[in-house]
Design a protein around this ligand. Structure first.
Ligand code: NAD
Length: 354
């Protein structure tokens, strides 16, 4: 049998815990990659995996991504992630969420959870009945926290503007053509912000009604999901799935910039270089999509440490995302390393792994 710690996705994670609770039917994996900068923070994914090893892979990769994301966002948090292995019907009971909350509590603050795919605010509120190591809880207007989607969208909008200035030498996105894959919480928000500035938009979603609704609201075009990556545009903005930037996906791109919110956009590590070799400027996903974690982390620090809860502090920190991207792109040009490699190295330095 191969040793677990020689698996390619294992990156000296500080803790990988398998949680089983026969009473509620809970099976979960909690992975804490690093606590160098603070408690391992990152959401809980509720997903039916074809194979348990896919769940382990997700937990390991996503928790490392959170270490990098939190470090690059300048947050005093490490990186962690939990996955709950849903059954085929996606049964989610109060008992199951309570058992999960107990497991988070038992880690004594090494891991702080929040929402991710398949887990909403109401679920987190249920988890919060069993543990205080939770963020992403409902908040009052004007306070940090709550739904992270709009904050993530804001960071991506600012990041796209920075990329357009850097690559195309334009100080506005007016008339700049952006193709958006996924028009959910993040992609829809990005589309609305860009539309206000007069960008030309092409939208796509597997929920074609959703894309059509937003397109008619904003005066945008739509294309079918299989065509969005080939649209001739200035910016391709992936806001749906991960791993879309593989050999085939990159070959189809007809854009100058890739900048969007989806996590783990590069199918494999070398795809950052494939993009760079095609002359496409890439905004590393975990740098540009940090707006949501900035908001929920400030909410958590407000509740647990009495730090400022003001939404303006969130906005101030999100406004720093473009500076970080520019630093990465400039270093990439100086060093001839692709932006994803530059970002990884910066993040690794910040978490004491270089
Ligand atoms: P969401 O579920 O609100 O929206 C995702 C949208 O993508 C849905 O409308 C879905 O129909 C669509 N979609 C799925 N597959 C598609 C495909 N093949 N082609 C086109 N559209 C497709 O999710 P979200 O919160 O907007 O998150 C979008 C992405 O951003 C995810 O990868 C998520 O992990 C990442 N992300 C989200 C946040 C956040 O704050 N919500 C933060 C960081 C990263």
């Amino acid at each position: 049998m191969t040793a677990f710690w020689t698996e390619p996705d294992y990156d000296d994670h500080e803790l990988v815990e398998l949680v089983r609770d026969p009473h509620s039917g809970l099976t979960a994996i909690i992975a804490v990659h690093s606590t160098h900068l603070g408690p391992g923070a990152g959401g809980t994914r509720f997903w039916h995996y074809a194979e348990p090893k896919d769940a382990m892979r997700d937990a390991l990769r996503l928790s490392r991504g959170m270490s990098y994301k939190n470090a690059m966002a300048g947050l005093p948090m490490g990186g962690g992630k939990a996955v709950i292995l849903a059954d085929e019907d996606g049964t989610k009971t109060p008992d199951l969420l309570a058992a999960f909350g107990d497991a988070v509590e038992a880690l004594g603050g090494k891991y702080v959870t929040a929402e991710d795919v398949g887990i909403g605010e109401a679920d987190m509120s249920a988890v919060a009945e069993r543990t205080s190591y939770v963020s992403g809880l409902p908040v009052e207007d004007g306070q940090a926290g709550g739904d992270p989607g709009p904050f993530t969208a804001m960071g991506i909008y600012l990041g796209i503007k920075a990329a357009v200035a850097h690559k195309l030498g334009k100080d506005s996105v007016e008339g700049v053509h952006v193709a958006i894959q996924g028009t959910g919480s993040v992609g829809g928000g990005v589309a609305r912000l860009l539309a206000k500035d007069g960008a030309k938009l092409t939208l796509s979603d597997i929920d074609e009604d959703r894309a059509a609704r937003i397109a008619s609201e904003l005066g945008a075009d739509t294309v079918s999901p299989d065509r969005i990556m080939g649209v001739a545009c200035d910016v391709f903005s992936p806001n749906a799935l991960g791993a879309i930037l593989d050999d085939e996906g990159i070959a189809r791109l007809d854009c100058a910039i890739v900048a969007g919110g989806a996590n783990n956009q590069l199918a494999r590590a070398h795809h950052g270089k494939v993009l760079a070799d095609r002359g496409i400027l890439y905004a590393p996903d975990y740098v540009i999509n940090a707006g949501g974690i900035i908001s929920v982390t400030l909410e958590y620090l407000c509740r647990t440490e009495g730090q400022p809860c003001d939404i303006n502090e969130v906005r101030k920190r999100i406004a720093q995302i473009p500076e970080r991207l520019i630093e990465i792109w400039q270093e990439s040009e100086r060093s001839d390393l692709s932006p994803d490699v530059v970002a990884d190295r910066m993040a690794q330095e910040r978490i004491g792994r270089r």
